[in-house]
Ligand binder design. Structure first.
Ligand code: AMP
Ligand code: MG
Length: 339
């Protein structure tokens, strides 16, 4: 067990976080998407520690976080023109681009793939820590593998206290779901994971963007995952989640009819009247940004309250709602009931 330091976003603490990272330690850091578990991307032993601390499968690659565009040139010797267009439009921000990797990127970072995922976060503390560390930081979400991603430092601590050198508290994450992942290593740019930057926004810059079928469907056994993270059960609370597709009235009727001990509802704000089971809300039906911000915290709250069966109101898969739907589908193991 490590004696995990709890750091703030003060200048002195940013320096301390940077120092720890340079020395090969693991530090959980705030970003605008979710909290990340960071290590020096060029330090193989440090990166191996991320997999260990999270209990993450070795073939699930990490995203490398950078503070400035010139660092991208270290990570790839063959950067597609589209990467610069995307960087210009969306960096710093919640977009990850996949490009061919250079030899400097250790295999442990790319999960054995010839490509590397890169993102420039906009969160001020993330920027400050990257500057202080002076190296690119490999960082997946700062949860134990399989659990909902943490959007507060307290949730990070619940999963990783004693397993990492430090946790930096930078407040609640603004976006709340992980970054959009787009690969530029296919003929047509391909969306592998929806997130804070929407498909519509990407298409404004790139023209056509294909959406990987794994975004809204379970991977077929014979198909290799384009994004290895997509094949694992993911973002799941302890409660068994079922998504209910339909109106607020149909949702209420179904849940009340199926109410048993341990049943709870995950529903939209303003649609809780008449529910006979405990509930947690995650934004209004028409507010995809609020749903994204609140989803993971709501799933963890349902667990805290001892929910065993959780019926979730289905988000509209448009805009950031596509990311919310994608995460909830995985949390539910693709169990969906159309009402
Ligand atoms: P996390 O940071 O925990 O949200 O996980 C990173 C996500 O990015 C996972 O879904 C990975 O599969 C995906 N990813 C990272 N690197 C690559 C890559 N080189 N090719 C495809 N997907 C990647
Ligand atoms: Mg993750």
């Amino acid at each position: 067990m490590k004696d995990t330091k709890h750091l703030t976003a003060s200048a002195a603490d940013m320096e301390e976080a940077g120092r720890l990272l340079r020395e090969g330690e693991l530090v959980a850091i705030p970003t605008e998407t979710v909290y990340g578990l960071a290590a020096n991307a060029f330090d193989e032993a440090a990166v191996a520690g991320i997999f260990e601390a999270k209990g993450r499968p070795q073939d699930n690659p990490l995203i490398v976080h950078i503070a400035t565009l010139d660092t991208l040139l270290l990570l790839s010797d063959d950067i597609p023109e589209d990467a610069f267009r995307l960087a210009d439009a969306f960096w710093p921000g919640p977009l990850t681009v996949i490009v061919p990797k250079s030899d400097r990127v250790p295999t442990v970072v790319s999960g054995g793939l010839p490509t590397v995922a890169v993102r420039m976060p906009s969160h001020q503390a993330a920027q400050a820590i990257l500057q202080a560390a002076g190296v690119p930081l490999a960082a997946p979400s700062a949860n134990r593998s399989g659990s909902p991603s943490p959007t507060t430092a307290a949730r990070v601590a619940a999963d990783l206290d004693g397993r990492v050198a430090a946790i930096v508290d930078g407040g609640e994450c603004e976006v709340g779901v992980e970054s959009t992942v787009v690969t530029l290593c296919t003929e047509v740019p391909r969306l592998l994971r929806p997130g804070g930057i929407t498909r519509e926004q990407l298409e404004e810059v790139l023209g056509t963007v294909e959406v990987d079928e794994a975004v809204t469907a379970p991977l077929k056994d014979d198909r290799k995952a384009a994004s290895p993270g997509m094949k694992y059960k993911h973002y799941a609370p302890k409660a068994q989640v079922t998504i209910l597709k339909g109106s607020a009235e149909a949702f209420r009727e179904y849940v009340n009819a199926h109410a048993e001990d341990g049943t709870a509802a995950l529903c939209f704000e303003g649609e809780t009247d008449g529910l006979t089971v405990p509930y947690v809300t995650y934004g209004r039906r028409d507010d995809d940004a609020a749903q994204a911000r609140q989803l993971f915290e709501a799933l963890r709250t349902a667990d805290d309250r001892g929910a065993r069966v959780l019926y979730a109101a289905c988000p509209r898969p448009i805009g950031v709602g596509l990311a919310v739907y994608n995460r909830l589908l995985r949390a539910a193991g693709f169990r969906v009931v159309t009402l």
